[in-house]
Design a protein around this ligand. Structure first.
Ligand code: 13P
Length: 256
């Protein structure tokens, strides 16, 4: 597969700045043999980005750094918010946008996701755009249509070159933190639909190069099954990314 596999750890609201340094260094040591084959990204909380960025730079680690969210305005009176420019200044490479936890607890919608995607791209970082259905949507048999709608709205109005560089994470809400997962074939079907939607919007080259990750209860024991699927280019890992050895095992499973 021409696309470079990617394994990103979404640390969610875990780890202090000091703990982040230790985890970054532990992960770096364990994945040292696969740098050239698998792109490894860590997404700590905002308050850890400075320390993580510093250790990545000083230790010359080939590790990508991601943030978990961003606000879409350039700057202004938006108490508590973080602007794209602030992330870019810390050498952040990726920004997770539209995670289901942001949609559920913090009011993100397809419209604000779209504004955030554009703001991230404007500052030359790469969005990791999340989508995925609830159990109710799945039980109603509407998964593919729902996800297609999230992608069409969230990725509207980009230029084709930008779309080609995007990362999309398919994370069924019912699989997050539950230990339940779709079958690898079922996850691949939705990832293929995501790719086809990007293709319909931005053309076949964008569809071929966009990376689509699977997320939701990815563990060392099941990662290889997902990575064996043709339209799954890696994983967005929650709980298992907080343990260096589990995360490293998942990274190794992504080696082509
Ligand atoms: P878990 O791996 O803990 O299920 O979380 C997945 C997720 O939400 C990653 O963004």
């Amino acid at each position: 597969m021409a696309r470079r596999p990617m394994v990103a750890g979404n640390w969610k609201m875990y780890k202090t700045a000091g703990e982040a340094v230790v985890l970054v260094q532990d992960v770096a040591e364990l994945v040292d043999d696969v740098w050239d084959k698998v792109e490894v990204v860590v997404c700590p909380p905002f308050t850890d980005l400075k320390s993580a960025s510093t250790v990545i730079e000083l230790d010359k680690l080939t590790m990508g750094l991601g943030a978990q969210d961003v606000f879409y305005e350039e700057e202004g009176a938006f108490t508590g918010a973080i602007a794209p420019r602030m992330l870019a200044d810390l050498r952040v490479d990726y920004v997770i946008v539209g995670h289901s936890e942001r949609r559920e607890y913090f009011g993100d919608t397809d419209e604000t996701v779209n504004l955030k995607v554009k703001a991230v791209l404007k500052h030359r970082m790469t969005p990791i755009v999340c989508c995925g259905e609830s159990l109710a949507v799945r039980d109603a048999g509407e998964t593919e249509g729902f996800v297609r709608g999230q992608i069409a709205a969230g990725l509207a109005g980009l230029d084709a070159d930008a779309a080609a560089k995007l990362v999309v994470a398919y994370e069924p809400i019912w699989a997050i933190g539950t230990g339940r997962t779709p079958t690898p074939e079922g996850a691949n079907d939705v990832c293929r639909t995501i790719r086809a939607t990007v293709g319909a919007m931005y053309g076949p080259p964008a569809a071929m190069s966009v990376r689509v990750l699977y997320g939701g209860s990815v563990k060392p024991e099941n990662a290889g099954m997902f990575f064996g699927e043709p339209d799954i280019d890696g994983a967005l890992v929650g709980g298992a990314s907080l343990d260096a050895s589990s995360f490293s095992d998942i990274v190794h499973a992504a080696r082509p």
